[in-house]
Design a protein around this ligand. Sequence first.
Ligand code: HEC
Ligand code: HEC
Ligand code: HEC
Ligand code: HEC
Ligand code: HEC
Ligand code: HEC
Length: 263
Amino acid sequence: MRLLKAFLIGLMFVLCADMVAARRMIKPSEYGSVTIRSFSHQAGLAPVRFDHWLHRSLYTCRLCHVDIGFAMEANATRITADANIKGFYCGSCHDGTRLHDKKIIFASCSVNATPEERMRCSRCHSVGKNVQKEYNYASFAEKLPKGGMEELIDWEKAEARGLIHPVDFLIGVSMQRQPLNAQKDFSITSRSTWMPDIIFSHKKHVMWNGCEVCHPDIFPSVKKGVVKYSMLQIANGQYCGLCHDRVAFPLNECDKCHANPVQ
Ligand code: HEC
Ligand code: HEC
Ligand code: HEC
Ligand code: HEC
Ligand code: HEC
Ligand code: HEC
């Protein structure tokens, strides 16, 4: 019996670790970068590269994924030049008038761009092009704490140490809201008796996500335990895996979730 249990533990562990390792290892500067390519090519422009590392250091996930309304899936928003010009999506900030840190944020798309304006296009329409950008990952990440085997930025620590201050409100876009009280931290009891329980912190997630990012879309039932999910589903990009492995810390950092180290 003990032998069988040990065997099953080994098997599940290897299976999960394998699923997780299936994600292609990528450079830290590529982690969380999204290629948006639904319409650019039709207009003879390069696809757009969007970097989470830069934007999430400035704004919360909630601001973009709830207030502005970007889908949490590459290309699912169907962003058009027209929508950007009207001040939606990228154009909510990149409108050529809004300020960040007392500096005007460069505008997004335009029709009939003058040759000087064209320089601006390639800051976003940059995939496959060798463009000089203002923000560089290496010098940006230098000052921030890192962790895990891929030496990615440890955002939790960076925020806790006051090294970044993501903004959660955009004048003219966000609505003034009463903050909801975050639920107490809880542990998700592993269905298997042998895996260490998962500690899930509402407080720490709410800082970045508010409530609406997760409820009801990702976790429809707010009653703990009603919906069952497994590590394989997570490794497949569902539930926790929707963010972890894409933008939030990756799944290979097992012991960040399985609070007691996985042996
Ligand atoms: C400045 C706005 C902005 C912020 C801040 C932001 N995102 Fe995103 N996110 C986007 C955009 C834009 C996309 C691409 C949407 C599209 O292509 O339709 C995206 C896509 C994603 C995806 C899908 C990625 C993929 O490869 O399919 C995930 C997951 C995600 N975001 C999670 C997060 C999390 C978690 C945070 C906070 C830590 C965050 N985002 C912060 C704008 C933002
Ligand atoms: C919530 C506000 C906000 C939204 C939404 C937003 N950005 Fe940004 N973005 C910024 C700010 C602020 C900067 C820094 C600008 C500066 O210093 O000039 C920036 C910088 C950038 C840069 C860096 C350019 C460089 O030269 O290094 C790119 C590229 C970029 N954004 C693309 C996008 C794209 C593409 C979208 C939409 C899919 C988008 N952004 C949506 C606020 C935003
Ligand atoms: C802040 C980022 C940003 C900048 C700067 C930007 N664009 Fe875009 N643009 C986008 C995004 C995102 C899309 C959607 C890309 C896709 O789905 O292929 C897009 C799509 C387009 C399209 C596709 C066709 C359509 O009607 O939607 C055109 C044309 C376009 N942009 C023109 C321009 C021109 C011209 C410039 C320079 C004057 C420019 N853009 C600068 C973000 C930007
Ligand atoms: C990162 C995702 C995430 C965010 C953000 C989030 N939740 Fe949850 N919430 C969960 C998960 C996961 C559960 C457990 C449900 C499950 O396992 O299906 C849960 C459960 C709950 C429960 C039920 C608790 C219980 O004991 O049964 C309540 C109530 C709740 N959330 C409210 C909130 C509120 C209010 C906010 C914002 C202040 C919020 N949540 C933000 C993921 C999130
Ligand atoms: C909507 C996106 C999203 C979903 C869904 C999500 N997380 Fe997170 N989580 C984040 C972000 C953003 C952080 C901040 C750290 C980072 O980006 O690496 C974080 C941080 C954490 C941390 C570190 C907090 C600490 O204590 O230091 C743990 C543990 C964690 N998540 C577990 C989970 C578990 C378990 C689930 C599923 C039940 C889950 N997360 C679902 C976005 C998400
Ligand atoms: C983002 C958080 C997170 C990370 C990182 C994570 N897990 Fe999990 N894991 C979970 C959650 C949530 C469950 C589901 C708990 C339940 O209901 O049984 C789970 C369940 C499991 C189970 C139980 C079997 C099953 O399918 O439910 C195993 C085995 C497991 N994880 C192994 C791993 C290994 C190995 C790693 C590292 C390679 C890892 N996990 C990383 C959150 C995480």
